[in-house]
Design a protein around this ligand. Structure first.
Ligand SMILES: [Zn+2]
Ligand SMILES: [Zn+2]
Length: 752
């Protein structure tokens, strides 16, 4: 969040109008806010206009614009003096008078938002009844609250004290109204101002932030098939109760010794040769396109023996089923979740040992054999080492030797430029990846008999390690390097890194995986043949990003340290973004250092200062979320809460109820025990496979869950007749389909 621009202005319950410029200021008034009068400023990069081809919009009068105007008066020295500090009100008024520049934006009110009549009324009130004492102007509040409304419209901060509206430092207000210090009209020295809020923009929440390990439903530890033997939970422990299981699994035959073995081995488990053929496959290179599908016949596997063999190989405690020694019992507690069946054409299974080790380390596998962590992408070009938990020594080790001014790195508060393939991951991701690294180390040591690689015991040990960034719908992993951690639920990386992952910028959420995980555990043979089956898998590895080849959107990021006065003037006349010259990343493309030397225009105290988890994620039910949204809508002056209510009902609830009603009518039924699916309930009323109870897959409760809340909100917020009637019709349908159950069990005597 950019905290160097203007924050929101709120009205407190005691009537005071205050500006909240920091998170701390917000916390101080929490619970006291009656209305959010103005949401504050928003910073939009020139590149966004360039990318979308949108005409430039008049910008709010700002400090950097004011500096440019001072420079244009030939006062470069004066401008330099004020570059990093805001003048006091008295200084601002002096500067305006001396150099004939508009009043500094910090003391500029929203004059364009009030009418001439209001201005005249306010001037009259101040001159007739105002009292100026010790730099505080007090105006008696009028009966109809008109003065207060005008002050709120102007965003003139004030307190309410005993029937008076008290304004501290009223100099700029008086100066702009043309009132002298003895509160008389004085038309001669009216201050010149620029428009403080010429363009307003509405925003809404897009997608809540995310930082979470990838989990399939249900989440397996191992890509090893155990069919129905594992029960609902696909539990290896349950499957082991049967010694031998019959599952669809690919087999291989050793060309050297003729041994047949399951496809989870890459070498013959008898003679150790890697010369084998997959059974049921015509291995003809020339007619690859016409390979016969692997035999679908189920194979008998001695799961118990394979399990014991695997434990032995891993050096894990193992033993007979009946009399367990204690370490064995501990091991048996570990429930390894497998898969029901394999989705790939050749039904290649993973080595069971990998699953056992994953379960031991508490990590789960994705369908391609890798372990993923998903999070929201946030672009970043500069950071301070301290901000991401990086010490100066470590930063230097990683190649961050100098700050942006070219000075040697000595303190962790110096600003440095992010290298284009470095990533800063969330703290949550770090603790998960730490577990993944430990899994990989035991995998190397126990299954492959190799030395461990990461040897990480804390998240700091992951700094410098390589990862792959991968976007859904693509199959190219981009090599990255972990350099630090953020408490934000996101992954910070260079705009080029985020752009390189994607074919176009169609989303904002990607995954990362440890490089070694992809190298050891990914296999094309786990992926299904079907179209799209090879998406979201690291098929190729891109070691170096060529800025020329990334999506054009990233080239449009502006990299200037400041914008020229002509730019601000161009915004006022609504010019096309191409008509002005601002340096963007594209201007460096092709040069040797094309991803470096970027500038930025606004400082921020802490890149992760925003809310770490939005209410949308922390609130439990949809009704709670909606109530929170509506209560916020009521508080924000710019938002019509009735429209919010109508939009939510129209776009979400009506569609949800209708869709579920339809789904209910055409649903399949399932067996409550073995999960067999039925298009219709069998005449017997029971599962034909196991005789258990048949239950619906779509439940009444899920169909009508939003109906009551929709009706309540429709009444409370006076939504349009049309929407209300649509809801009422839907209610009729629902009542017809699910008549209220009032019938109780009847006694036989009732019929006699
Ligand atoms: Zn062999
Ligand atoms: Zn059944």
């Amino acid at each position: 969040p950019v905290d160097s621009i203007e924050g929101p202005t709120v009205k407190l319950k005691n009537g005071a109008l205050v500006r909240l410029n920091s998170a701390e200021a917000v916390r101080k008034v929490s619970g006291e806010v009656a209305e959010i009068v103005d949401l504050g400023e928003m910073l939009i990069d020139y590149g966004d206009f360039l990318e979308t081809g949108h005409q430039l919009m008049p910008g709010a009068y700002s400090h950097e614009w004011w500096l440019k105007e001072l420079e244009a008066r030939g006062e470069a020295e004066e401008a330099k003096k004020w570059r990093l500090k805001t003048p006091s009100q008295t200084e601002a008024m002096e500067l305006a008078a001396r150099f004939a520049v508009p009043l500094h934006p910090a003391y500029t009110y929203l004059w364009e938002d009030i009418t001439e009549e209001d201005k005249e009324y306010l001037t009259g009130c101040i001159c007739e009844k105002g009292i100026l004492e010790e730099k505080t102007l007090s105006i008696p509040a009028d009966d109809d609250g008109r003065i207060k409304a005008i002050l709120e419209g102007l965003l003139v901060l004030h307190q309410v004290k005993k029937g008076f509206l008290a304004i501290d430092e009223p100099g700029a207000l008086l100066g702009c109204l043309g009132i002298s210090e003895d509160l008389r009209r004085d038309g001669s020295e009216r201050l010149k101002t620029r428009n403080k809020a010429p363009t307003r923009i509405g925003v809404r929440m897009g997608r809540p932030e995310k930082s979470k390990e990838r989990k399939m439903q249900p989440a397996p530890h191992s890509i090893f098939p155990i069919g129905e033997y594992g029960g609902k939970n696909r539990s290896l422990k349950v499957a082991l109760k049967e010694k031998v299981i019959e599952v669809e699994i690919g087999m291989r035959r050793c060309n050297d010794c003729g041994n047949e073995f399951i496809s989870s081995f890459c070498i013959c488990n008898k003679c150790g040769a890697s010369n084998f053929q997959s059974l049921g496959m015509m291995q003809d290179a020339r007619s690859r396109m016409q390979v016969k599908p692997a035999s679908r016949d189920k194979k008998s596997i001695d799961l118990w023996e394979y399990y014991q063999e695997t434990l032995k190989k891993l050096g894990e405690p193992y033993g007979a089923r009946s009399h367990d020694a204690s370490p064995v019992r501990a091991h048996n507690k570990l429930d390894v979740k497998c898969v029901k069946g394999l989705i790939s054409k050749q039904k290649v299974a993973e080595h069971l040992g990998k699953g056992i080790l994953r379960a031991k380390h508490g990590v789960v596998v994705f369908k391609d054999g890798t372990i993923r962590y998903d999070f929201t992408n946030l672009p970043l070009t500069h950071f301070k080492p301290g901000e991401i938990g990086l010490s100066v020594e470590k930063a230097k080790e990683l190649g961050y030797s100098h700050d942006i001014k070219g000075e040697e790195l000595e303190s962790d508060t110096q600003m440095v430029e992010l290298k284009q393939q470095d990533v800063i991951i969330s703290v949550d991701a770090a603790s998960y990846l730490l577990k993944v690294s430990q899994f990989l180390d035991s995998l190397l040591a126990k299954l492959y008999g190799l030395p461990s690689y990461y040897e990480a015991s804390s998240k700091e040990d992951l700094i410098g390690q390589l990862v792959l960034g991968l976007a859904p719908h693509t199959s190219a992993g981009i090599l990255g390097r972990i350099i630090g951690f953020t408490k934000a639920s996101a992954c910070y990386a260079h705009p080029f890194f985020h752009a390189a992952k994607r074919r176009n910028a169609d989303g904002d959420e990607d995954s990362i995986l440890l490089l070694l995980d992809a190298l050891l555990n990914f296999s094309l043979f786990f992926l299904p043949e079907k179209r799209g089956g090879k998406m979201d898998a690291p098929l190729v590895l891109i070691p170096f990003i060529n800025p020329k080849e990334v999506d054009k959107e990233a080239h449009n990021v502006s990299i200037a340290n400041e914008y020229p006065l002509e730019f601000y003037e161009a915004t006022c006349s609504g010019k096309n973004p191409k008509e002005v010259t601002i340096e963007t990343a594209s201007s460096r493309i092709g040069e040797p250092k094309d991803a470096y030397g970027f500038g930025y225009t606004h400082e921020t105290t802490d890149i992760a200062a925003g809310p770490l988890n939005s209410l949308y994620k922390t609130l439990g039910t949809m009704v709670e979320k909606l109530d929170a949204q509506l209560s916020l809508a009521r508080m924000i002056r710019a938002v019509d809460e009735c429209e919010v209510a109508e939009t939510v009902i129209k776009n979400h609830f009506l569609r949800d109820i209708k869709g579920n009603l339809r789904a209910f009518g055409s649903q399949t039924m399932r067996c409550s025990k073995c999960n067999a699916k039925y298009r219709r309930i069998p005449l017997s009323g029971k599962c034909k496979k196991c005789g258990s109870k048949i239950v619906p897959t779509v439940h009444v409760a899920s169909v009508i869950k939003y109906l009551d809340v929709s009706l309540r909100i429709a009444n409370e917020y006076h939504v349009s007749d049309y929407t209300r009637q649509r809801l009422e019709l839907l209610e009729k349908d629902v009542n017809l389909l699910f008549p209220a159950v009032v019938e109780k069990q009847k006694a036989l005597s009732d019929f006699m």
